[in-house]
Unconditional design. Structure first.
Length: 385
């Protein structure tokens, strides 16, 4: 059987190379409101069917949908797809309100279709390598991790974007970011940061979230503060620290992570020639101070499928991650494999954003994370706390 896929939102073409590298999957439909972009991209990639109305695409004979529209549309379009009998691979975040996350959980549990969140940073090769080392106990007991997303993109906000001034094509201005990203306080975009780190704490869950901000210095007209720091305390008592900065004038660094365990630690590069590095107590020479070693010295711990990946698979984007996330989705849809990032992960990681906003607006108060794996709705869980 071939999985016939429709993509809504031209941004979702980032998954196209992944689908094209899989024999039993085919992208047959593309949906986008922008007619010019729709026709151009469909011709460029040989996609036979195009739609400007999402519901029309859902009525076609596709088997699955990739949702890559602005974040405030994700929940509605996901539920529509599940109700239409389609599998869903949805870009981040999963929703924009706590109610939406409960609606998503209920819909995914109700319909016998796959829902998977497309958090491709979990598939970065170095993240996968560290995950494998954690599973084998090389770091001992891990108890602290960090994730950072430093990505100055003020040009995408209406008022900052000068690229299209004087152009008749004003539809490309991404004004939705004014409210749903730069119009928010706290960690509005947490999944690139929390997702990979949570791979190293499998079996645990986020129990509490608190957030503080640095104030407004670079662009005080924005609601988003220059830097926000979010702490996630896990049910085990272990700790994760997240930093979001999409305002400050600085070079990008969207994939900085650290991990600390009782027997070793790991740090991603900071830039300017830095490299992935780690320290393992078991490799330490007696009587010498701890020393870093390059992560490349431990390449044998890279999962086998990364070692044997073809050149085409490695070039699919995000360091090859865009192939493996698509492969996992196809395996879930066609072969019944459990989704690698299921609806419960999607809801919990997205809820970090929503709770961080409540926290920062209440002086950094610790906010309780609902357990989406339980049957009780959020309101009843709060009453029981």
């Amino acid at each position: 059987m071939t999985l016939k896929v429709g993509i809504v939102g031209a941004r979702g073409l980032s998954t196209l190379l992944g689908f094209q590298a899989i024999p039993d999957a085919e992208v047959v439909a593309l949906c986008d409101l922008h007619e010019g972009v729709l026709k151009e991209q469909a011709e460029r990639f040989g996609i036979p069917h195009t739609y400007r109305i999402y519901e029309d695409m859902l009525e076609s004979d596709i088997d699955a949908v990739v949702i890559a529209t602005p974040m405030q549309l994700h929940l509605q379009q996901t539920i529509q797809a599940l109700e239409a009998g389609k599998h869903v691979l949805c870009e981040v975040t999963a929703g924009v309100t706590m109610d939406e996350l409960w609606w998503l959980k209920e819909a995914a549990e109700k319909h016998d279709k796959v829902y998977m969140m497309a958090e491709n940073y979990c598939y970065i090769p170095e993240v996968q390598l560290i995950t494998n080392m954690v599973k084998q106990g090389l770091f001992g007991e891990v108890y602290f991790g960090e994730g950072e997303y430093l990505h100055e993109i003020k040009r995408l906000v209406s008022g900052f974007n000068r690229r299209f001034e004087g152009s008749q094509d004003s539809s490309r201005k991404t004004s939705w970011r004014n409210y749903w990203q730069y119009g928010k306080r706290g960690m509005f975009y947490p999944t690139h940061s929390i997702g990979p780190v949570m791979q190293w704490f499998k079996g645990d869950r986020i129990k509490e979230v608190c957030c503080v901000g640095s104030g407004w210095h670079t662009a005080p007209q924005l609601r988003q503060e220059d830097t926000s720091l979010t702490l996630c305390r896990l049910e085990s008592g272990k700790l994760i620290k997240l930093r979001l900065d999409v305002v400050s004038e600085r070079p990008h660094n969207m994939s900085y992570y650290t991990l600390q365990g009782t027997q070793g630690c790991y740090e991603a590069p900071r830039g300017l020639g830095d490299t992935h590095k780690l320290f393992l107590k078991s490799d330490q020479q007696e009587g010498r101070d701890p020393e870093w070693r390059p992560l490349s010295d431990y390449s044998e711990y890279l999962p086998e499928r990364y070692k044997t990946a073809t050149e085409g698979q490695r070039q699919t984007g995000h360091w090859g991650g865009d192939f493996f996330i698509v492969q996992d989705f196809v395996d879930a849809a066609l072969r019944g494999v459990k989704p690698a990032i299921d609806v419960y992960d999607a809801c919990e990681w997205t809820a970090v954003a929503l709770l961080s906003e409540l926290s920062v607006m209440n002086g950094g108060r610790m906010m309780e994370m609902p357990d989406f794996r339980k049957d009780l709705p959020y309101s009843e869980q709060i009453i029981k706390l």
